[in-house]
Design a protein around this ligand. Structure first.
Ligand code: NAD
Length: 256
């Protein structure tokens, strides 16, 4: 049902972004994949997605830590009916030791990039008379954990920015919502398991259940396909009046 629409998904060469790109392409949308690299692998990924779903897929390099590159991504896409602000990074440290560069990078990539891409995409959506903005926040957009100051501040900021975007577009056929995932087993999370096993002298199973999924009552990871299908739902007619809100996909985390 998304045939003829173009979706731009930031930070989409792995994990949740790639999962969303797959589901939007499966629903018929043409897709723009993005990351900050420009390798043969990035372009091959776009070709693979196009072949698999029979849609047009382009890879456009843009560093989401830089405002002008965020805006250039949307301009280069040429059309942006669906904008998924997904690029995000993490750093864990107590506040007095938190490296200033890491703070600035996390605020830029996880929060400010959404401002820049939205600012560039809204005129296109208004011209087309339709638009969907899906911001990938986090359970950490609604709750906090120690040592994740920049991430939690940025994700709460994303939830606030989502509400303002929804109000500014409320009378148009444009919606803006945030998906708040709990733990999703992406390559990034997978990479943390061996180190945590060593650090706590725990088995893989104990790290997953007692460290990672401690706060996730379902004791299961959410999947990138589930996040992708939630994004597709937000693009459907059923969600036309759903705007300015959050959808948690967190196995009950934020119900606690
Ligand atoms: P990931 O590391 O697998 O993917 C992140 C993507 O962003 C990659 O494609 C990476 O290349 C890209 N990226 C990083 N820095 C970039 C930059 N400067 N410019 C452009 N692209 C950049 O991570 P993920 O787990 O899939 O996370 C995706 C989003 O979901 C993030 O916003 C993250 O905060 C959020 N999230 C993840 C989880 C989880 O458990 N994995 C939970 C809640 C929210």
């Amino acid at each position: 049902f998304l045939t003829g629409k173009t979706a731009v998904v930031t930070g989409s060469t792995s994990g949740i972004g790639l999962g969303i790109a797959h589901r939007l392409a499966k629903a018929g949308a043409d897709v723009v994949l993005n990351s900050f690299t420009d390798t043969d692998k990035d372009h091959a990924l776009a070709d693979e997605l196009a072949q698999q779903h029979g849609v047009k897929v382009r890879y456009i390099k843009a560093d989401m830590s830089k405002g002008d590159e965020c805006r250039a991504l949307i301009e280069q896409a040429g059309q942006c009916d669906i904008l998924v602000n997904n690029a995000g990074v993490q750093h864990v440290a107590p506040i007095p030791d938190f490296p200033v560069q890491k703070w600035d990078a996390i605020i830029a990539i996880n929060l400010s990039s959404a401002f820049h891409t939205t600012a560039a995409a809204l005129p296109m959506m208004r011209k087309a008379g339709w638009g969907r903005i899906v911001n990938i926040a986090s359970a950490h957009g609604l709750t906090a954990s120690p040592f994740k100051s920049a991430y939690v501040a940025a994700k709460h900021g994303v939830v606030g920015f989502t509400k303002v975007t929804a109000l500014e577009t409320a009378k148009e056929q444009i919606t803006c919502n945030a998906i708040c995932p709990g733990y999703v087993l992406t390559p990034l999370v997978e990479e943390q398991i061996p180190d945590t096993m060593k650090e706590y002298d725990m088995s893989r199973e104990d790290v997953i259940n007692n460290v990672m999924l401690e706060r996730q009552p379902s004791k299961e990871f959410a999947t990138v396909e589930e996040i992708g299908d939630t994004a597709v739902f937000l693009c459907s007619d059923a969600a036309a009046q759903l705007t300015g809100t959050t959808i948690s996909v967190d196995g009950g985390w934020t119900a606690m």
